[in-house]
Design a protein. Structure first.
Length: 475
C-alpha cells in the first residue's frame, strides 16, 4: 500500500470521500474493542480477582489514552491543514515534533506511573488478590506506554494526510497477534507457563510493539503521504508549543468524558443491581453509535482541516454538515430498529426478565437521542480539524457536566434544600428513569448548542501561520 490510499477532501463529491475515510476508522475502533474483549475473555478463565483487576485498571488506562489522543488531535489538525495548503514539508515537520512530544510525555508518565504504582493501586481501592493481579498487569502496561503513544502519533499523521486505511490494516494485524498470544500467555501452552494478568499485559505489549515498529518504518519510508525525517526530531519550541496549545483541550475533553461516565454509573448503582445490569447492556448497545459517530467525526476533522488549508472554508462547512446529516440519519435508523425490538436487543446479552424489562425502558427513552449524540461528536470533529479544540472540549463539558449530571441529580433523586431568596427546592424523585431522561436532555441540548456554535463560523481561519517561512537549510 502506498500514497494512493490518501483521500483528498478538497475536491470531488464529499459523501463518497467521507465514507472512504470513515469506514477504516470504524473498523479500527471495533478492533480496539476486540483487543479489550480478548483480554477480558481469557483473563476470565483465570478467576474473578483477575477480571476485577483488569476492570479496575480501565479508568487509569483511559486517562493515558486521552492524553495521547489530545496530543494527536493537534497533529491531525496541523497535518491536514498543511496538506490541504500543499505544504507537505511543513506537515513532515509537524510529524517529527509529534513523535518527539509523544515520546517525552509517555516516558515521563511511564516512569512516574511505575514509581508510584503501589500508592496508585491503593488509591483506586485494589486490595488483596486483586491488588496482586492489578500490580502484575499495570507494571507491564506502564512499560508499553511509549509504544501506545507512538502508534497514536503514527495514526494521526496518516489520518491528517487523508490515509485511514494503512493504520487500519496494522490494527488488524496487531489485534490478530494479541488474540493469538492471549491464551498462550494468560493460560499457558506447552512449555510456556500461564502468567495470568501479566500475560494479558505482555500480549498487549508485543502487539503494540509490532504495530508501532511497522508504523515508524512506514513514516520513515515516507511513501504514504507524510514522512518522518530524523532531522525533524530536533526540538522546535514554536511547533511544540502549538501542538500543546491545540492538544491539551482534547486531553481534558477525554478526561471529562471518563469522569462523567464514572459518576453516572455510580448514580445508577444506587438503584440496585437490576437497573445497573440493564444500564451496562444499554451502554454497550449505545457504544455502537459512539463507534460510528466517533469515526465519522475523525474523518470530518481531516476533511475540514484539508479544506481550511486549501482556503475553502465553505467546502469545509459542507463536509461537516454532510457528515452530520449522514451520521444522524444512520443513527435514527439504528435507534428505530432497537425501539421496534427492544426486548430482543436485550436478550442478546441476558435472559433474566427483570433486567430485560428495565433495559426496554432504558432503550425506549434513550435510543431516540443517539442521533443527537452522534451529531455533536461530528461537529466536535469539525472543530478539532479546524484546530479549535477548546470548542470541542467545551461541548463535552456542557453535554455532561451542565446538561446531564445536574439534570440527573435534579430529577432522579429525593432531596430537599433551602436556598436564600428561592426558598425550598426539592428533587423530582423520578427514580432511575430520571437518569435515562438526563441522557436525553444532555444530548438534545448540547446538539442545539453545537449547531449554533458551528454556524457562527469562528473556526474558519484554521490554525496555520500563513506568514511562516521555511527554516534555513530545509528542503
Amino acid at each position: 500500500m502506498s500514497g494512493d490510499s490518501r483521500v483528498d477532501m478538497t475536491e470531488g463529491a464529499i459523501a463518497p470521500k467521507l465514507l472512504s475515510l470513515s469506514w477504516p476508522l470504524v473498523a479500527g475502533n471495533l478492533l480496539q474493542t476486540l483487543y479489550n474483549l480478548a483480554d477480558v475473555f481469557w483473563v476470565g478463565r483465570v478467576g474473578a480477582d483477575a477480571v476485577a483487576a483488569v476492570s479496575l485498571m480501565f479508568p487509569t488506562s483511559w486517562m493515558f489514552v486521552s492524553t495521547a489522543m489530545g496530543i494527536t488531535a493537534a497533529t491531525i489538525a496541523l497535518v491536514s491543514q498543511h496538506v490541504g495548503a500543499g505544504e507537505d514539508r511543513e506537515a513532515d515537520r509537524v510529524v517529527g515534533q509529534t513523535v518527539l512530544l509523544t515520546l517525552a510525555v509517555s516516558v515521563v508518565l511511564a516512569v512516574a506511573g511505575f514509581a508510584f504504582r503501589h500508592p496508585l493501586l491503593e488509591l483506586i481501592g485494589a486490595e488483596g488478590a486483586v491488588f496482586t493481579e492489578a500490580l502484575a498487569y499495570i507494571e507491564v502496561i506502564f512499560l508499553s506506554l511509549p509504544l501506545t503513544f507512538l502508534f497514536f502519533a503514527f495514526r494521526a499523521a496518516l489520518q491528517g494526510a487523508g490515509d485511514t486505511k494503512t493504520a487500519m490494516w496494522l490494527m488488524v494485524a496487531s489485534a490478530g497477534l494479541n488474540v493469538v498470544l492471549d491464551p498462550i500467555l494468560i493460560i499457558g501452552w506447552g512449555p510456556i507457563a500461564g502468567m495470568g494478568t501479566r500475560g494479558a499485559a505482555i500480549a498487549t505489549l508485543v502487539a503494540r510493539l509490532f504495530a508501532t515498529a511497522a508504523g515508524v518504518y512506514i513514516l520513515l519510508r515516507g511513501d504514504w503521504g507524510v514522512r518522518l525525517r530524523p532531522t525533524d526530531l530536533r526540538p522546535d519550541p514554536e511547533r511544540l508549543r502549538k501542538l500543546v496549545d491545540i492538544g491539551y483541550p482534547a486531553t481534558l475533553d477525554g478526561w471529562a468524558r471518563s469522569f462523567s461516565a464514572v459518576v453516572m454509573a455510580a448514580f445508577v448503582a444506587r438503584f440496585g443491581p437490576t437497573p445497573t445490569a440493564a444500564y451496562g447492556i444499554g451502554v454497550r448497545l449505545m457504544s455502537v453509535s459512539w463507534t460510528v459517530s466517533g469515526a465519522v467525526g475523525q474523518a470530518t476533522a481531516t476533511g475540514v482541516g484539508q479544506n481550511l488549508g486549501a482556503r475553502t472554508p465553505d467546502r469545509a462547512a459542507s463536509v461537516a454538515w454532510t457528515a452530520m446529516a449522514g451520521t444522524m440519519g444512520l443513527l435514527f435508523a439504528a435507534a428505530g430498529l432497537v425501539m421496534a425490538f427492544p426486548a430482543e436487543a436485550m436478550r442478546l446479552f441476558i435472559d433474566e426478565q427483570p433486567v430485560i424489562d428495565a433495559g426496554v425502558t432504558f432503550l425506549r427513552i434513550v435510543a431516540p437521542s443517539w442521533a443527537f449524540f452522534g451529531g455533536v461528536m461530528v461537529i466536535q470533529g469539525a472543530f478539532r480539524g479546524a484546530g479549535v479544540t477548546k470548542a470541542a472540549m467545551a461541548l463535552s463539558f456542557l453535554s455532561r457536566w451542565i446538561f446531564r449530571v445536574p439534570v440527573a441529580l435534579a430529577v432522579a433523586f429525593t432531596w430537599t434544600v433551602s436556598l436564600p431568596v428561592v426558598g425550598t427546592v426539592s428533587g423530582l424523585a423520578w427514580g432511575v428513569e430520571g437518569l435515562w431522561w438526563a441522557y436525553v436532555v444532555g444530548a438534545v441540548t448540547s446538539f442545539a448548542v453545537a449547531v449554533a456554535w458551528f454556524r457562527l463560523g469562528t473556526w474558519r481561519e484554521g490554525v496555520l501561520d500563513r506568514g511562516a517561512t521555511p527554516a534555513p537549510g530545509d528542503d
